[in-house]
Design a protein around this ligand. Structure first.
Ligand SMILES: *[C@@H]1O[C@H](CO)[C@@H](O)[C@H](O)[C@H]1NC(C)=O
Length: 144
């Protein structure tokens, strides 16, 4: 997942600069671009934290796989939004919904892990995910 997210990150950096004139015509500003970069770094650190969870317990492994697929959906949708911005289009509404859905699915998957042996690494991943959710909300607030 990390190399894929690096690609998204590169795309997003590109969109931040290329989209600047569009941003000025729309309402986006510096805070919006900072939020966009933040959610990308948050996704990378969340993915990394999820990857640290010991999956030797099968139920934990299933939940971790679900969390990772939620994160992948978020990354795919963020890439879709980034590509739209590069071409000067508005962020597609369904991709925004998919970002929210993917973050929620990831949160539910992490919450479903009850194995006490991994509670510390799960809590660490939840904390990173919460930051991603907060920054995702900031994107919605600052980029409209
Ligand atoms: C994700 O969860 C938040 C908070 O519970 C909720 O407001 C939002 O509608 C959910 N997103 C989707 C796509 O269901």
């Amino acid at each position: 997942m990390a190399p894929i997210l690096s690609l998204f990150f590169a795309l997003f950096i590109a969109s931040v600069s290329v989209a600047a004139p569009v941003e000025q015509r729309q309402i986006g500003d510096l805070a919006c671009n900072i939020d966009r970069v933040k959610i990308l770094t948050d996704l990378v650190s969340t993915g990394s934290a999820v990857g640290q969870i010991d999956t030797s317990d099968p139920a934990t492994a299933t939940a971790v796989a679900a969390a990772q697929s939620g994160l992948k959906a978020v990354g795919d949708s963020v890439a879709e939004i980034a590509l739209a911005l590069v071409t000067g289009a508005a962020a597609p509404a369904d991709a925004r919904t998919a970002v929210s859905q993917g973050l929620n699915d990831t949160r539910s998957a992490l919450e479903s892990i009850t194995n006490p042996a991994v509670s510390a690494s799960v809590a660490a991943a939840q904390s990173k995910l919460q930051t991603a959710i907060d920054d995702g909300n900031a994107v919605l607030a600052d980029c409209n």
